[in-house]
Design a binder for this molecule. Structure first.
Ligand SMILES: Cc1ncc(COP(=O)(O)O)c(C=O)c1O
Length: 390
């Protein structure tokens, strides 16, 4: 018997939600089912809301520290969910995963240096690198039957003396891969031998679809731990991205020292009181129960969409994601241009999705659809799609 109800439809309009309250600005209409921004339509778990309410019992919300219990809750989670032993002294802070990637990059490269990304990938990587005067080097993923792998040969040949780091997305948004041990080993071998750092964005590490596993990249070997900065967060997992609280694991003391210097240079160590108590409440045995139930629900939604597409929409092809609640749909057979596909989804289908093109090279002709919502909404979206295509 499940303890939590994910079928509930929660009204999010009028709550300053990016996904709901920016529909008009982004799509030119409010009359769509928003399935774009990567947050969930499920309530943040009750034990997290309760922890925040408890903190509110004290009326002063002034400068605060993160107590040992915050760090302990993180080491507990890393050990219990991924069997990753991390010492509390190896944990640092970031107000978000992208800021953590950014501070890693500014700490370990200079303007003009090259940073590698593997598109199609979460697009703020591109903005962050460009806006800070670094050069983007694309190592495009290889796609076969909508299944993606890394191009190790191209990666190896694209690294030169000016290349300082690679941004890894593990699991990979938007293609839904949970990278396997042998793939991570090859990445580490190449980066170690070429003397470049790895910044591993592991924000989706808990959204794993059975029987897949999340393997923290830094956990696979001593070499990996020596050159990797891992940025994680409870934000996707527990639907609390608005609390701007993430954390950084760095097992090489020299890298940790340099990262912390950067954190202080930006004056970003403070964080947010509610993020601290929410993280502690989340990374707990009760948090694990909630996550497992949420994943069962999301998996059902994914299975529903897969089945629906196979039965009714042979023009669309898709691989079941190994991770994330984001589906990556290949729409190429519809033969539409990027503009036509955009118009089609807004005006004919009536669902708000992300166009694949924004995820960089290899994204054209795909759409990304977020199914972390109630099953009845997913069903309505799929009926709309069938009607529009039919
Ligand atoms: C891969 C990836 N990294 C980072 C983020 C955002 O992280 P933050 O809001 O903590 O900067 C997202 C959000 O969708 C994401 O998918």
């Amino acid at each position: 018997m499940s303890k939590y109800n994910f079928d509930n439809i929660v009204e999010r309009k009028g709550t300053n939600s990016v996904k709901y309250d920016l529909s008009n600005e982004i799509f030119g209409t409010d009359d769509i089912i928003p399935m774009w921004v990567a947050d969930m339509d499920f309530n943040s778990p009750p034990f997290i809301l309760k922890a925040i309410e408890q903190r509110l019992q004290h009326p002063i919300l002034a400068y605060s520290i993160r107590p040992d219990s915050f760090t302990k809750s993180i080491t507990y989670w890393l050990k219990s969910r991924y069997n990753w032993e991390v010492d509390e002294s190896q944990i640092s802070f970031s107000p978000g995963v992208v800021p953590g990637m950014l501070m890693s990059m500014t700490a370990f490269s200079n303007p003009g240096d090259k940073i590698i990304v593997q598109p199609p990938v979460y697009f703020p990587f591109f903005t962050t690198i460009k806006a800070n005067g670094r050069q983007i080097i694309y190592n495009q993923l290889i796609e076969k039957d909508n299944y993606y792998t890394m191009d190790f040969n191209h990666l190896e040949s694209s690294i030169d003396n000016n290349t300082k780091a690679i941004f890894i997305c593990n699991p990979h948004n938007p293609v839904g891969r949970a990278w396997k041990k042998d793939e991570l080993e090859r990445i580490v071998d190449i980066c170690y031998s070429k003397n470049i750092k790895i910044f591993s964005d592991e924000i989706h590490s808990d959204i794993i679809i059975k029987p897949n596993k999340h393997i923290p990249l830094a956990s696979i070997s001593e070499k990996a731990a020596e050159i990797t900065i891992t940025i994680m967060a409870p934000s996707k997992t527990f639907n609390m991205a608005g609390l701007s609280t993430s954390f950084v694991v760095i097992q090489n003391p020299d890298l940790l020292k340099k990262y912390n210097k950067e954190l202080d240079a930006f004056h970003l160590r403070q964080g947010n009181i509610f993020g601290t108590v929410a993280t502690e409440a989340a990374y707990s045995p009760i948090g694990a129960i909630w996550v497992d139930e949420m994943l069962d629900y999301v998996t059902e939604n994914i299975n529903f969409v897969m089945g629906f597409i196979h039965k009714n929409l042979p023009q669309i092809s898709i691989q079941k994601p190994e991770a994330t609640y984001l589906l990556w749909l290949n729409m190429k057979e519809l033969g539409m241009t990027h503009k036509e596909l955009t118009e089609f989804f807004i005006h004919k289908v009536g669902i708000g999705i992300n166009q694949g093109r924004i995820f960089g090279p290899g994204g054209n002709g795909y759409i990304r659809m977020n199914v972390a919502t109630s099953l009845s909404i997913v069903k309505e979206a799929m009926e709309r799609l069938k009607k529009a295509i039919g």
